[in-house]
Design a protein around this ligand. Structure first.
Ligand SMILES: NC(=O)c1ccc[n+]([C@@H]2O[C@H](COP(=O)([O-])OP(=O)(O)OC[C@H]3O[C@@H](n4cnc5c(N)ncnc54)[C@H](OP(=O)(O)O)[C@@H]3O)[C@@H](O)[C@H]2O)c1
Length: 434
């Protein structure tokens, strides 16, 4: 066996700790599979006084990232600090210093991928990023290598475990969004500031990366609509279940004719579908290829060891030299893909829920507005409410499933519906995955 390969782990938090654990506890396995022993030469943190829960030899832990950049004996940097600043500059400096880089940082790749990949290619280095999308699920390899005989025609994915956990538990335990979010924070499934997860940004960042690989299309977050789960109520999950669906936060990229439809939003998914059955913090990616047909990849999309598993696999690919071969051929951050379809042209069925006054003509007013916007109704649910006693007008929920229509038409109708006094907040509008 040749001399050990020196690596630096930059960021020894959740994922970095898991990577160090695999490399130290299973060093023989890693050496056997990569043909070379792997030595952690440096581990960079911000705060040296924090307990790390892992034994590293004296001198390995440092708060000086420049010492990694300047060390010519370090071949590969595993960059596991979050955010984009200073992560972007650190990655550029590592590449310029001649190091290959492994990362799990999707925010960095989403915002600065073109610059970083161009720099790596220019310098003959590689960036491996399996852990940046869907954690432990090998989806980057599936999209960029295993499906290379196909044109991928659609990606439909649950890419955020926090949201999936919240939606699953709300329905299972008849609990409110707020209660389950607090519990997810206590269990470590949700950050203290959950905005990136529950507003859909985390899933959208991952979709940007998948979209590049699958369709060669460079998009940014502002190019497609993103909606989270933070305005969903238990009532919607229950009505959807009554209609035979589950509500999931889905990231979707699909070819429709010559254009690419892209969005992240909560959707009704038929209960029989593998996506609907993917519960708790798990992720799933449904990929359709023109040769292979439908395929599904499911598992732990985040967490210490699942994410570390993907990082270590990438590291081994770099040690073996596989990543150096595949990286230059990946269709990343070029811009040769199809045009993104304007959201108003997206066509699908919709679930609508209103709180309406329980009095004559209300349903007629709603159906009139839908009809004038050429939206046809497939079904209506309104449960019988107890008779009002004091002559007051009560609000009752009304759920309508439409036939296929466009996002543009449904927006126009929604704007008219918002003018009706008989409809009270909330007005919920969710598309259906067909
Ligand atoms: N956690 C997951 O399940 C998961 C899954 C997929 C992808 N990711 C991605 O993986 C990356 C790491 O996530 P994580 O959960 O491991 O984060 P984390 O627990 O917050 O750890 C970040 C680490 O980076 C260090 N760090 C931050 N800024 C630094 C700086 N300027 N200089 C030196 N060290 C610095 C921190 O040092 P201190 O410890 O001293 O503060 C910490 O050790 C993120 O990009 C994240 O999006 C995470």
């Amino acid at each position: 066996m040749t001399s050990p390969l020196n690596v630096a782990i930059i960021g020894m938090g959740t994922v970095g700790g898991g990577v160090a654990q695999i490399l130290t506890e299973h060093s023989e396995r890693c050496a056997r599979r990569s043909g070379r022993s792997i030595h952690i030469a440096k581990a960079v943190v911000r705060d040296l006084s924090k307990p790390r829960g892992i034994d590293l030899p004296d001198g390995v832990l440092t708060d000086d990232v420049q010492s990694v950049i300047d060390d010519p004996n370090i071949d590969v940097a595993i960059q596991l600090m979050g955010g984009t600043d200073p992560a972007r500059q650190v990655m550029l400096s590592l590449l310029e210093a001649g190091k290959d880089v492994v990362t799990a940082n999707k925010a960095l790749l989403c915002d600065h991928g073109p610059e970083l990949f161009e720099k790596a290619r220019e310098l003959g280095r590689c960036i491996a990023f399996e852990a940046a999308v869907a954690g432990g699920i090998p989806i980057i390899e599936a999209v960029s290598q295993s499906m290379s005989g196909n044109q991928i025609t659609s990606i439909q994915a649950i890419l955020n475990g926090t949201c999936n956990y919240i939606l699953t538990e709300m329905l299972k335990r008849s609990a409110s969004y707020g209660d389950i979010l607090s519990e997810a924070q206590e269990l470590g499934y949700a950050e203290a500031d959950p905005a990136m997860d529950v507003e859909g940004t985390d899933a959208a960042q991952k979709l940007v990366i998948l979209c590049q690989l699958a369709f060669g299309k460079r998009v940014s977050l502002s190019d497609f609509p993103t909606q989270g789960i933070d305005s969903l109520e238990l009532a919607d999950l229950k009505y959807a279940a009554e209609l035979g669906y589950r509500i999931k936060l889905l990231a979707v990229a699909q070819l429709v004719g010559d254009s690419l439809e892209l969005h992240v939003e909560p959707k009704l998914v038929h209960s029989d579908e593998p996506i609907a059955k993917t519960d708790g913090p798990l992720n799933i990616v449904a990929l359709n290829g023109d040769a292979v047909g439908p395929t599904w990849y499911a598992g732990a999309g985040a967490g210490k060891m699942p994410t570390a598993s993907a990082v270590v696999a990438d590291l081994m690919d770099v040690v073996i030299g596989r990543a150096q071969l595949t990286f230059p051929l990946m269709s990343v951050w070029g811009d040769t893909g199809p045009q993104v379809r304007p959201p108003e042209e997206i066509t699908r069925r919709y679930y609508l829920r209103f709180n309406v006054d329980d009095r004559p003509h209300v349903l007629a007013d709603i159906t009139d507005i839908l009809g004038r916007n050429e939206i046809s109704i497939a079904s209506v649910i309104q449960h019988e409410a107890p008779e009002a006693t004091g002559g007051e007008t009560r609000s009752v929920p009304l759920v309508i499933m439409t036939h296929t229509t466009t996002e543009g038409r449904i927006r126009m109708a929604d704007s008219e519906l918002s003018q009706l006094d008989s409809i009270k907040a909330p007005r919920i509008r969710l598309p259906v995955l067909d």
